[in-house]
Design a protein around this ligand. Structure first.
Ligand code: WT7
Length: 634
């Protein structure tokens, strides 16, 4: 039996048991059978969570792009690797075959080499969702450079912080980007950021919007003329298994963003294997992950995971609401998407719109629906299941993190029976533990903090230039465990439910209340769109609950006082009277990160009446709502 593709629940349990009893044999078999190595490893795994030190496939030599490109040329050369769907629906979609992608990556790799890029150099990538972005990542990997993608929506300050921290000598950027009916001036942001970065020698510029932009002499170079002259042959640099593939920054609860470092072989094996199984990917499927490649979701499940499997992956440049709220569904229809992977925040926004957007299109190609990034609330889950999946396409609620490299807890569609709001079972090879303050809580029906007991190939190996912080953040809360920062419960059948960041737990009169389930309850109210609950100090209860709520129809005509009563009635019914909210504030929007997560940290400060300490709000998607919420604070 091949462990590369799991077909039913019995097989899952069987393979899972093997994967935790003999993890090294398990991963070795997968690595052995499904990838192209220039030299095999001397040792499968070396690990010590106390240092922490983690090495997979040490001694092996490879280039990840030979796995993502070259080896497909023989049988899949004319197969589409990337479908590019532009922002403007009237602009023609592009189908890039494996052969074409290989050529374009080789050309780009030659340009990088000609510009003096060598193995181990860091390159900052600040590009919109256009094919050049995927090509750039692969070209970096082909020459052995370490890519550091910064989401092209982050501010100049966020960009310069990341460029300086990872000491990049090159930036690859575009003149601008199209987002709905707007275009953004990316070059202006780059120029501003680079006033603070002496380390950057070259800026390679991609043309997208044709905006009239200044080019700085001896620094800025147009990419296309260099590509036109470049050769389509490039011998891939032979890399060590544990050489870094990329750095990707993720924000911590405090301090500067953390540059998570992922290394080549383990990341490749893990993203490819999880892609294959979590999406039950079959040859000729059309896979679409709506994330931006600026996030780990895009790295793992737009670029590396799909391409390592020879899959067809969709890259969408635009936004879900342009030209109207039917765009996602029209793209699924147009390209006959079989696996669709998006975030709960998008689902909730789209569920608010007229049903005809989703009902007037043919979604029958869909086989699997994925969710990622935050807990998916019950109402959104059902809408996704009923309206988009027509009740026939399993929803996989995939829990993972930038740090984990790939999916960690998720149903396998058509294998694991799903349960709304549950990420269900650990992925093959993943050993979760639920902890109280010090001990592991064994058995089922337990609730605590989520840790992982044993290494997996896709885990980040360090924080760039700051190994002590890596140790402190993830390996010092518990002895010999990776601490995720999330809370989770394990139900009576062993299914996991992620209850939210553990810092989101509020203790009211000695009762431990996860804000996620409370928000679920509130969101069931027909008038409610989204909600966020935080704690604030209370004389008698210790902490009390403050709810920030947005309504489906702004300018809701009903009296808010009634709505407040109804919401608390719902909470009483679903969770208990103890969980009633002391304060409920209605606002037009909630502050969100660019990846769509509600910034509870800011709401917590507002609820605590501590407006002097809001921290950095500049990276928010919608910083303007903060002032409005403060002014209407209860
Ligand atoms: C945090 C990691 C993984 C790619 C996108 C986010 C939360 C993520 C789920 C889920 C509940 C989830 C966790 C996690 N999260 N997926 N399916 N259910 N929570 O990556 O920005 O590194 O965020 O997102 O709190 O720790 P990230």
């Amino acid at each position: 039996m091949s462990h590369y593709s799991i077909k039913n629940l019995e097989e899952y349990y069987q393979v899972y048991r093997k994967s935790v009893r003999e993890p090294e044999n398990f991963w070795e078999e997968i690595a052995e059978e499904h990838f192209l190595w220039r030299k095999k490893w001397d040792k499968v795994l070396t690990w010590d969570f106390r240092e922490p030190e983690i090495k997979w496939f040490e001694g092996a030599k490879l280039n990840i792009t030979e796995n993502c490109l070259d080896r497909h040329l023989l049988n899949r050369g004319d197969k589409t690797a990337i479908i590019f769907e532009p922002n403007d629906p009237n602009e023609k979609a592009q189908h890039i075959t494996y052969k074409q992608l290989h050529e374009r990556v080789c050309k780009m790799a030659n340009v990088l080499k000609d510009q003096g890029i060598k193995k181990g150099d860091r390159i900052c990538v600040y590009l919109p969702m256009i094919p050049e972005l995927a090509i750039t990542l692969l070209a970096c990997a082909r020459v052995g450079a370490i890519h550091n993608v910064v989401f092209a929506g982050f501010s100049s300050k966020a960009l310069s912080t990341r460029i300086i921290d990872s000491d990049c000598k090159m930036v690859i950027a575009a003149d601008g980007s199209f987002r709905g009916n707007k275009s953004l001036d990316l070059k202006g942001i780059v120029d501003e950021a680079l006033t603070e970065c002496d380390n950057v020698e070259t800026v390679l510029m991609v043309k997208r919007t044709n905006a009239d932009i200044p080019m700085i002499e001896n620094r800025d170079v147009w990419l296309q003329p260099l590509l036109d002259k470049a050769s389509t042959v490039f011998d891939a640099e032979i890399m060590d298994a544990e050489d870094p593939l990329f750095i990707l920054y993720t924000s911590g609860s405090t301090g500067n963003p953390k540059g998570m470092v992922h290394t080549i072989a383990g990341y490749m094996v893990y993203t490819a294997y999880t892609f294959k199984n979590a999406f039950q990917y079959k040859e000729n499927d059309i896979f679409w992950c709506t994330a931006d490649i600026g996030w780990i979701t895009g790295h793992s499940y737009i670029v590396y995971g799909p391409l390592a499997n020879g899959a067809t992956t969709v890259m969408f440049e635009g936004v879900p609401h342009y030209p109207d709220f039917g765009r996602f569904w029209k793209i699924i229809e147009k390209h006959k998407v079989t696996q669709f992977y998006t975030a709960p925040t998008a689902i909730r926004a789209l569920a608010k719109q007229n049903l005809s957007f989703a009902e007037d299109v043919d979604l029958s190609s869909i086989k699997v629906l994925g969710s990622v990034g935050e807990p998916i609330n019950e109402e959104a889950w059902h809408w996704y299941n009923d309206i988009i999946g027509k009740g026939k396409s399993p929803i996989i609620d995939t829990w993972w993190q930038t740090e984990t490299g790939g999916i960690m807890i998720s149903p396998l569609p058509y294998v694991t029976p799903t349960k709304p709001t549950y990420a269900t079972l650990p992925f093959l090879g993943i050993q979760p533990a639920i902890m109280d303050d010090t001990e592991e809580l064994k058995g089922n029906q337990v609730n605590g903090r989520l840790c992982i007991k044993f290494p997996w190939p896709g885990m980040a190996r360090t924080i760039w230039n700051n190994h002590p912080r890596y140790k402190e953040t993830y390996f010092s809360t518990y002895d010999n465990m990776y601490f995720t920062g999330d809370g989770a419960l394990r139900d009576e059948v062993g299914y996991y439910r992620i209850t939210g960041r553990v810092d989101d737990v509020v203790i009211v009169s000695g009762h431990n209340l996860g804000t996620g389930p409370l928000e679920d309850a509130i969101n069931e109210h027909p008038a409610v769109s989204e909600s966020a609950i935080v704690g604030f100090p209370h004389d008698i209860k210790g902490s009390a609950l403050y709810g920030f709520v947005t309504l489906k129809e702004t300018g809701e005509s009903r009296v808010h006082e009634n709505l407040r009563k109804e919401i608390n009635q719902l909470i009483s019914e679903r969770i208990g009277p103890i969980a009633k909210l002391d304060k409920i504030q209605f606002s037009d929007a909630l502050p969100k990160t660019r990846s769509g997560k509600i910034m509870r940290r800011i709401l917590r400060k507002i609820a605590e009446n501590d407006m002097t300490n809001l921290g950095d709000t500049s990276t928010l998607l919608n910083p303007e709502v903060v002032q409005d919420i403060i002014e209407n604070r209860l």
